[in-house]
Ligand binder design. Sequence first.
Ligand code: UDP
Ligand code: MG
Length: 154
Amino acid sequence: MADSSAERTYVMIKPDGVARGLIGDVISRFENKGLQLVAMKLVQVTPEHAEKHYEDLKSKPFFAGLVEFITSGPVCAMVWKGPNAVRIGRLLVGATNPAEAAVGTVRGDLAADISRNIVHASDAVESANHEIALWFKDEEITSWDLPAAQWICE
Ligand code: UDP
Ligand code: MG
């Protein structure tokens, strides 16, 4: 097997999700799907760091508001690992606009407005690797065996 189980994605519960007490709900969805949590921390984000994370959106009209929002309270930064972790992370999170996100997804179930959509998940393997490096030092990322792994992928 190509080791797709080693794929990793960066997932972040934004200040609205933390403030609304939704950390556990979001984590449960990822755990229940079969992904493995390998790193996690609460971070009070600086504007400089937020601007780096959302660098590709710099020219958007909502950029300043987005940076202000992301720095308004702690975020829960995580790395999840598993087969197709990036694609599965995006599926669990749902469409950017909660008004279009399917029921059953984090945004479809728990959010109502595009600027308060609770969670971030990397959109490609390349951006995942970039974001993981931006948010975590190598030594903050654990290496452990998920006992149920044999029941989740062949
Ligand atoms: N966003 C916003 N207004 C918009 C579009 C995006 O406030 O019209 C915010 C929203 O929080 C979104 C984030 O900017 O999650 C990043 O936008 P992107 O298009 O990358 O969506 P995502 O990858 O988060 O689904
Ligand atoms: Mg994005």
